[in-house]
Each structure stands twice: as C-alpha cells, then as structure tokens.
Design a protein around this ligand. Structure first.
Ligand SMILES: Nc1ncnc2c1ncn2[C@@H]1O[C@H](COP(=O)(O)OP(=O)(O)OP(=O)(O)O)[C@@H](O)[C@H]1O
Ligand SMILES: [Mg+2]
Length: 239
C-alpha cells in the first residue's frame, strides 16, 4: 500500500536547523492497522503530516501502490466552529461536488454510525470532547477514504470516553477494511488496536523497531498474552 524510503525532514528555525526525521523506512500493507509510537517530539506528527501531504519532506520517497484517498483525524478535533455537526460532516462531500440528496443520505448514515443521532444541528461548542471526536471521525470518513490517518485522536478525552472511541474506530475499520495509520503514545492502546507497531527513536526520529502484533482479535486486555506483549513493547521503548 505505502512504502516510505529513507525519509528525512529538517525544519529551519531562524538560523538553526531542527532534524525532525532522519532516514526513516516503513511499509504499511493494504487494510492494515498500523500504530506509530514514540517519545514526545520524535517526529510522529511530522511523519503523519508528510504522509497526508500536509507537510513537505526534505529527502526520501513515499511510494503508494495506487493514489490514496486520505482521511485525517486531528488530536484537537479541528472542527469548523460555525458549522453544525451535519455541516461539518458534509463539508468534504460538498467540496467534492456530491449532490445534496446523496450527501444528506451519506451524512445521516454516518451520524447514526458514530452515535450522534439527534445532534445534527448542534454546534461544536455544544458538544463534549468525545462527541466532537465522533464528528471528527465521521467527517474524515464521509469521502470514503481508503487510508485513514489519526494523530493521537483520543488524547484530549477522558479514559472512559477514549475506551468507547477506540471501540468505535475498530468497528468502523472492520466494516470498511481500510488502511489505518494512527499515532499514539499509549502502549496499551497500540497493542489493543493495531497489527503493526512502529516504535520510533527520540529526535531525530527514525524507526527503532517494528513489532508485529499477533494477538487474536477481539483483544482481551487482561489476558496473559496481552501482558506479555505489553512487557515486550515496553522493553523496546526508550521513553
Ligand atoms: N513547523 C515546524 N517548524 C519548526 N519545527 C517544527 C515544526 N513542526 C515540528 N517541529 C519540530 O520537529 C520536532 C518533531 O515534532 P512533532 O510535532 O512531529 O513531534 P511529535 O512526535 O508529534 O511530538 P508529540 O508527541 O509531543 O506530539 C520537534 O522538535 C518540533 O519542535
Ligand atoms: Mg504530535
């Protein structure tokens, strides 16, 4: 699906150069759930933004099997404050020129899927953090992406809300069979959700280690196997 070869990113800040990423290699398969985990400031968001085309790379190559259709979910929701729930989710479809009748159908189905029925006409400021991220997820899926990128999507909500959002995301992924690349700094979250766990080094970020997560789904977070994998991952992570 995606092959990243020798990717580097340097930022020039005044007369200083910040090396954010250095010689990073990574492969993500079609339909895979991949998480990227690493210490704060190691370049996780930069990597995701480069994959999304929101940021330029300094050197290296990104090779897609086919031109991807990308969805993006932000840590702080990044909803349009003056648009309603319905209009936020509708936005991408409108940009694509989808007819009113069709987009209404798509948006209402998504609203039901993410559990926001009855909140169509609310504005973001009237929603809880968890509900805002439900809108963020629905908005990213409205254009039917084949690759969904998420940058610490559950780190702005409390743990109980995060749990239900994780379940929601897994459900949506199973149904759509799309490729997911998610940044997280939580070991147990990576183990619960993903097939491939990419552990990054401190800045300049590169791949420290890749862990194939072969725990059976649905994952039991209290099983011996899960705790064993948790120990294994903890050893690989230097933060
Ligand atoms: N636009 C920018 N201009 C200059 N430096 C930047 C820019 N964006 C990121 N950086 C720097 O690049 C490095 C990597 O930042 P990045 O946000 O990718 O890290 P991160 O791994 O996502 O961290 P966190 O876990 O805290 O979100 C940091 O040192 C950061 O200060
Ligand atoms: Mg980040």
């Amino acid at each position: 699906m995606l092959k990243i070869i020798n990717l580097s990113k340097r930022f020039a800040v005044e007369d200083q150069e910040i090396r954010a990423l250095d010689g990073l290699n990574l492969e993500v398969d079609n339909g895979e759930f991949c998480t990227i985990i690493g210490p704060s400031g190691c370049g996780k968001s930069t990597l995701l933004r480069i994959i999304a085309g929101l940021e330029t790379k300094t050197t290296g190559e990104l090779i897609w099997d086919n031109p991807p259709k990308l969805g993006y979910v932000f840590q702080n929701y990044a909803l349009f404050p003056y648009l309603t729930v319905f209009e936020n989710i509708e936005f991408g479809l409108k940009m694509e020129g989808v007819a009113l009748h069709d987009r209404t159908k798509i948006v209402l189905e998504l609203i039901e899927e993410v559990g926001l029925t009855g909140f169509e006409d609310k504005h973001p400021k009237e929603l809880s953090g968890g509900m805002k991220q439900r809108v963020g997820i629905a908005r990213s899926l409205s254009i039917e992406p084949n690759v969904l990128l998420l940058d610490e999507p559950f780190s702005s909500v409390d743990e109980f809300t995060a749990e239900s959002l994780r379940d929601l995301l897994l459900k949506l992924w199973h149904k759509r069979k799309i490729t997911i690349i998610m940044v997280t700094h939580l070991i147990r979250e990576a183990l619960e959700m993903s097939d491939q766990i990419v552990v990054m080094t401190p800045r300049p970020g590169t791949v420290e280690k890749i862990l194939e997560n072969e725990l059976k789904r649905p994952r039991n977070l209290r099983s011996d196997d899960f705790f064993k994998m948790e120990d294994k991952l903890r050893e690989l992570i230097k933060f």
